[in-house]
Design a protein. Structure first.
Ligand code: HEC
Length: 137
């Protein structure tokens, strides 16, 4: 019985620290300096589209240093500074408004990777929402 109570207490403590940790990381984004590294949230529905249509070129393991260097979705978790995050979010909505991503050449080969209007809107709304929160609008 005693052993069990000990285990239960550990689980509660771990869970509690985890919750406090995520609470403080989220809080931090509002009060951090522009040069501090931050994490932003990408909801599952947005991430599903990104996974399918963007992530292949824009991730840590991407073979193309050009696309990875310009935008890396992995870096939205503790990889970009607050100012970089704000600027990349702005570029995402700008490029999607102009239908510039995925690149035209790539879409000739993989037309099914074209963003639908709904998908584009979902990503733009997410990017704009996050950007406005970060700049305090
Ligand atoms: C086939 C590979 C490929 C796919 C798929 C792709 N991109 Fe790109 N992306 C690139 C390349 C290459 C560049 C750099 C273009 C340049 O600098 O001329 C780029 C640049 C960008 C930039 C500009 C970043 C900056 O700071 O200038 C944004 C924003 C972007 N992509 C968003 C997206 C989004 C959103 C998607 C999915 C809808 C996507 N990309 C899908 C290859 C890709």
């Amino acid at each position: 019985m005693k052993k069990r109570a000990g285990l239960f207490t550990s689980i509660v403590l771990v869970a509690f620290s985890y919750i406090m940790l995520s609470y403080t990381t989220e809080k931090n984004n509002e009060n951090t300096d522009l040069t501090d590294t931050i994490s932003i949230d990408i909801p599952n529905d947005v991430m599903a589209i990104i996974d399918n249509k963007c992530y292949g070129c824009h991730n840590n393991e991407s073979k193309s240093s050009k696309s990875k260097g310009k935008l890396n979705f992995d870096k939205f978790k503790d990889g970009y500074s607050k100012s970089k995050t704000i600027s990349k979010l702005g570029k995402i909505s700008k490029d999607l408004h102009k239908n510039e991503m995925p690149p035209e050449k790539f879409l000739v080969k993989y037309p099914d990777k074209t963003l639908t209007a709904d998908e584009s809107k979902l990503i733009i709304d997410w990017a704009e929402g996050q950007r406005k929160t970060l700049i305090g609008e």
